[in-house]
Write a protein that binds this ligand. Structure first.
Ligand SMILES: *Cc1c(COP(=O)(O)O)cnc(C)c1O
Length: 426
């Protein structure tokens, strides 16, 4: 099919993320991808600034990733996980336990990030049920968060941007406090943490867990907040007897400059969700990790098992991709790569600070954000980026970059220059 045929059928029949059928917003057919370049069907290449939403950390069509998947296909692509087990799953679980904070000791494999969040929430509810505290079944979270699109996950997303009003009566009602106002690198005072403390004082008997994105509130607004704040949350959770769920689906696997964002604050959650970059962007896979205490309590309580089990749980191909991706990551000097990207983003995006349309430019690890005064017009701005030979997908007032870790300094400079130029002329 040529680009025209593809687009006609796509426009008539295919839903895209947060889209409308027949909306005729610009959309670009991709034929293949290699390294940090996406190849368009009608010719031309784009330097990837998105890592396919945090996931393709090693770029595309990576020979070692390909080899690992080909080898696994020859053995088995899938086998049910009820009553059976296999080396890719067991090895991946062991590896995740090594890499994450020490108290996390068990791994539940899920098929996508949203499912990993559902699993985390169910674990917290079952934990308190098993401890005879069945009233603790709601969640406390931060405004400006994003945790996925299934109903449980949606209920803890920001109520405004998540359009909770549209789903009133169906969506569980949770407790919210304002997003942290103390920025990354700054201290945080008792005032900053007071709203959270107040909620816990009033209703910790109803709260199973606090769920949040550590350090970086990603899709909900790219808010980089104080490690002090996260440390205080951990302390409050212990003080008031609620679990802490850290959703590391966006931040995990070195994107923020630490292997996990929790590591900025040197804390361990009771439950952690990982996804997105887990398989290096090759296949869908996520995981929910928890402590000995939580898994033992659930397993020894009523009904004596954890109530979840997806058909494609621990898919061997996805687990093999994850093992290969983790090997590439941990064999590399990832800390240095992220520092290099951080410097390139800071350097390349800093001219945006002088633009009248811009309110803020911030960089943390491999994430560079330009915040605008007005939301972008996607119909206008998206083709402008493509014209510049880069793939950048803004949302709302945010134009942001999170390139694959192996991007060269030269490509990074092209990417940031394109952002400056497009914002300037839009
Ligand atoms: C993307 C994301 C999710 C949802 O993951 P999916 O794989 O899209 O279901 C959950 N939490 C965070 C922090 C995310 O960034």
């Amino acid at each position: 099919m040529d680009a025209q045929q593809l687009l006609a059928l796509d426009n008539a029949h295919v839903w895209h993320p947060y889209s409308a059928i027949g909306a005729s917003l610009p959309i670009f057919p991709i034929a293949s991808a290699n390294g940090v370049r996406l190849k368009l069907v009608d010719g031309g290449e784009l330097i990837d600034g998105m890592s396919s939403w945090w996931s393709a950390i090693h770029g595309y069509n990576h020979p070692e990733m390909n080899r690992a998947l080909q080898a696994q296909i020859e053995k088995m692509s899938h086998v049910m996980f009820g009553g059976l087990t296999h080396e890719p799953a067991v090895m991946l679980a062991s590896r995740l336990i090594e890499l994450t904070p020490a108290p996390l000791q068990t791994v539940f494999f899920a098929d996508a990030g949203s499912v990993a969040v559902e699993v985390a929430m169910k674990m917290a509810i079952q934990y308190w049920h098993a401890k005879g505290q069945a009233t603790k079944r709601r969640f406390l979270t931060l405004r400006g968060g994003y945790h996925g699109d299934t109903f449980g996950a949606m209920s803890v997303c920001d109520p405004e941007t998540g359009m909770h009003s549209l789903f009133r009566g169906v969506l569980a009602e949770q407790y919210f406090v304002d997003a942290p106002n103390c920025h990354y690198g700054e201290a945080c005072s008792d005032d900053d943490i007071a709203p959270l403390r107040r909620q816990l004082e009033q209703c910790s008997d109803k709260i199973a867990a606090i769920i949040l994105e550590p350090i970086v509130q990603a899709t909900g607004g790219m808010n980089f907040y104080s490690a002090d704040y996260l440390r205080s949350v951990r302390t409050l959770c212990d003080e008031y007897g609620v679990l802490l769920i850290c959703d590391e689906i966006a931040t995990g696997f070195a994107r923020t400059g630490k292997m996990f964002a929790c590591d900025h604050a040197a804390i361990a959650p009771d439950i952690m969700c990982v996804g997105k970059a887990l398989t290096g962007g090759y296949l869908t896979l996520a995981a929910t990790l928890t402590t000995e205490e939580v898994s033992a309590t659930i397993s020894n309580g009523e009904p004596g098992l954890f109530m979840h089990g997806p058909t494609f749980m621990a898919n061997p191909l996805a687990c093999s991709a994850a093992l290969a991706s983790l090997k590439l990551l941990t064999d590399s000097d990832w800390s240095l790569s992220i520092k290099r990207i951080e410097a390139g983003l800071e350097n390349g995006l800093s001219p945006c600070r002088a633009l009248s349309a811009v309110t803020n430019v911030r960089v943390l690890g491999g994430i560079g954000v330009v915040e605008l005064k007005q939301p972008v017009d996607m119909a206008v701005i998206q083709p402008m980026f493509v014209e510049q030979g880069v793939w950048v997908r803004p949302f709302g007032k945010l134009v942001y970059l999170m390139p694959p870790y192996l991007i060269s300094d030269r490509d990074l400079a092209v990417l940031t220059a394109a952002v400056v130029k497009v914002i300037e002329s839009a």
